[in-house]
Design a protein around this ligand. Structure first.
Ligand SMILES: [Zn+2]
Length: 467
């Protein structure tokens, strides 16, 4: 577990009382207005934030720093369960006419050299923190020379929690050599593989033998598993009938092998096609945009977690080809659904622009609130505890339950007497007010320090007007 703050001038035992316009998490009723009392406890290497109380009113004590934020909604720090931080340098791109054209664009623009990859992931980490995100399910994309551990190492050196899923391709000609190469890269990772995961890219780029090997390697090296699944209509054509643009792409690349037709083109929906692999591990499934009734059962029965990326769904026009995403049906079926952003390539241009640039699941939740009027508590759950569960993190770090050590606190400025509605309908950025620092990841001076009111100990009892 990473420290939420690795250095702060706040002495051990410091208590901070934040009086906000509203406070909510994904588990309990919101307080409007609300008070959050947090204690900072020193631990080796940093300071831990422990929730002491959450209530409509908390009587101020003489030992408390009081922070008044009457115009803000407070939430736990956010989890982005599916992103591609190594594509941050590519930046937002115009929407393609075809999904496979977009795949070709990504292949062409993806950074290839370690220094470029590191810089791109670092930029993505900063944009994530700028959007209140402190944990990610990041996909470490495969370069032309094979899987790369650079995104994983960059993520491990950052203040973020989560998993870097090492992505690989394995279909058609040369697939066996690619799997052998993947195993060598996993060996290269060394003994401490914390925060490392494994990601067969998708059923149209990894055959069933590749999924079986991924499961075997994940067991051997104790790695969590993720995959893209049921994302597009082109994927369905390929898996159900063995035809369409994905097959043409493999033929163009000289990879197509007719042997693949022993398991592809058998009339099975992509989720049913993978159900045997899904039954052997707890998978994190990116997308599941294409989800007829027959596909809900395998997802629910195998305990798969689904990451929904609403803005990517809109960007590709999947509603037109596949219908509305069934996230609410999935939740009703007991499937853990969380939120992701996918890559910055499919986000709006302002995501990469300063000031205000960010990669945040809060902007994904806003899409669902505005379009579907989804319950805000459910939305907060999808971008906190459900994301944490999907990534194997401690759910308690993403709630405001008393006694819990938390990963951070996010605030969103509101403008009306209905602060929750205002936060979700407005455009104010989610700001990390307690948690890892964007500016100095190594010493991680916290956003709280940026209040700039001097030594908190000397200032004990003072009232801060705003973060
Ligand atoms: Zn993705």
């Amino acid at each position: 577990m990473k420290e939420p703050i690795s250095s702060i001038s706040t002495p051990s035992g410091q208590r901070i009382l934040i009086r906000a316009g509203a406070i909510m998490d994904g588990c309990a009723h919101a307080h409007i207005p609300g008070c959050l009392l947090v204690r900072c406890s020193k631990r080796p290497g940093g300071i831990e934030l422990i929730v002491e109380a959450v209530a409509a009113h908390i009587e101020p004590g003489s030992d408390m720093h009081i922070v008044d934020m009457p115009g803000d909604l407070l939430m736990p720090a956010l989890v982005n369960a599916h992103c591609h931080l190594d594509l941050t340098s590519v930046g937002p791109q115009p929407r393609p006419s075809q999904f496979h054209d977009w795949l070709a664009t990504v292949r062409r623009l993806r950074p290839q050299e370690p220094a470029q990859i590191r810089a791109s992931v670092q930029q993505g980490i900063e944009l994530s923190l700028a959007g209140g995100v402190v944990a990610v399910g990041d996909i470490a994309g495969s370069t032309r020379s094979g899987p790369s551990l650079v995104p994983w190492r960059t993520l491990r050196d950052s203040p973020l929690e989560g998993v870097s899923f090492l992505e690989f391709f394995s279909i058609g000609k040369g697939s066996q050599q690619r799997l052998d190469g993947l195993e060598r890269v996993l060996e290269e990772a060394g003994c401490d593989r914390s925060m490392l995961g494994l990601q067969p890219h998708a059923p149209y780029s990894v055959n069933l033998a590749g999924y079986a090997r991924a499961i075997e390697l994940a067991r051997r090296y104790k790695l969590p598993l993720a995959t893209h699944l049921a994302e597009s209509i082109e994927e369905r054509s390929f898996i159900v009938r063995g035809t369409g643009p994905q097959r043409v792409l493999l033929q163009t690349l000289g990879l197509w092998d007719y042997q693949e037709l022993t398991h592809i083109g058998l009339g099975k929906h992509p989720i049913v096609h993978l159900s045997g692999a899904l039954a052997q591990a707890r998978w994190l499934i990116a997308h599941a945009n294409d989800c007829p009734d027959e596909a809900l059962d395998p997802l629910a029965e195998t305990g798969a977690r689904v990451v929904y990326c609403p803005r990517a769904h809109d960007y590709f026009g999947f509603e037109r080809t596949l219908g509305a995403h069934r996230y609410r049906d999935m939740l009703e079926w007991g499937i853990c659904v969380c939120l992701g952003t996918d890559s910055i390539v499919n986000l709006p241009p302002e995501s990469a622009r300063a000031p205000g640039g960010r990669i945040s699941v809060f902007d994904e939740a806003r899409v669902l609130y505005r379009r579907d009027r989804t319950d805000p508590t459910l939305l907060v759950r999808m971008m906190t505890t459900n994301g944490a569960e999907a990534l194997g993190l401690e759910r308690s770090r993403y709630t405001f339950a008393p006694g819990c050590a938390i990963a951070g606190v996010v605030a969103v400025r509101t403008e009306s007497d209905n602060p929750i509605r205002s936060a979700f309908e407005g455009d104010s950025p989610p700001r990390l007010v307690l948690g890892p620092s964007v500016r100095d990841a190594s010493s991680a001076s916290s956003a709280l320090n940026s209040l700039g009111r001097g030594d908190p100990e000397a200032d004990s009892g003072s009232t801060y007007s705003a973060f």
